[in-house]
Design a protein around this ligand. Sequence first.
Ligand code: PLP
Ligand code: COI
Length: 345
Amino acid sequence: MKNLEWGKMSFSYTKTDYIVYSTFKDGAWSAPVISSDFNIALSAYAGVLHYGSSCFEGMKAFRGVDGKVRLFRPEENAKRMIRSAKFLDLAAPSIEQFVQMCVMAVEKNAEYIPPYETTASLYLRPLLIGSNPQLGIRSSAESTFIVMASPVGTYSGDKILVPGTAVIARNHDRAAPNGSGSYKIGANYAQSLHPYNLAHRQGYRELLFTDALTHKYIEEFGSSNFFAIKGNTYITPDSDSVLPSITNASLRTVAKDLGMNVEMRHIPVTELAEVDEVNSCGTAVVITPICRIDDKVRLEDENPCHVYNFTQECGVKSRALYDQIIGIQKGTLEDRFGWVMFVDC
Ligand code: PLP
Ligand code: COI
């Protein structure tokens, strides 16, 4: 194992040893290539550089209490990438190829899987791009699939479960109705960069988007899904323009299993005044509590039109959900739902 400062890691790039890639050309995928050169040769005319034909995934490999390495629901990431690629009309790897190349990326970078005792993990970033030279606006005929790996700590850089603030930006939309919001494509993130910069400059950790049609309902954070706890109920938005988070789906299963009610429905922003605990959830953020949400008419405004305050520490129910998910991922709890895949390394 590498001698890195595992305890000090945040969600930032750490150089590892290998990437794994494969190219789709003339109707077939090449055999996976393992490379220590992270520079990919690409024509300046490649579709991804002009028309944004790119989708990606995120998942983590964990070193368990038993020393074994676990991936969390990798087939779900594969299915979601296939769905994103269909939206972009890009050739996608099969579920088997996707999982096989993720496993190879873990095996080849095994020395970067953080020790069990830390809260760090090895983050995998599978990326699919349109790679052939082209000029006209059309989907790329050739694609390149790359799996990268980097050890990461918490998304915020704080200790786990330390709450942060968020701001609602009603004058910036993440995704249009009938648009691309439910696909994990690069374009959705490009859209969020400018408002994120504005929010970060004002000291907010997160940006909460509302529905682009009415700006009345909560959609999701720029990096993750939204869920709240109201009494004994787990509530999360039901929207066609929100990314179907694998973490959120898993949390809904765990919440039901813990005897909670689960509601997936429209959540008006005003309902924030009635909820007990608010969190962002996703692979990178796991569960990250939100202690305050400022609602701004315009993100550029100095003062919010409304301020919603929540628990200043991670709520009891959110903590119970966190413990279950992390317990399954790190092997301290039984994998009752069959979510874990072992990697022999
Ligand atoms: N929403 C957005 C916009 C994301 O980028 C992510 C991260 O992948 C999520 C939600 C959470 O999805 P998952 O739990 O599958 O990582
Ligand atoms: C993930 O959680 O895997 C993501 O892709 C979110 C991204 C903002 C890092």
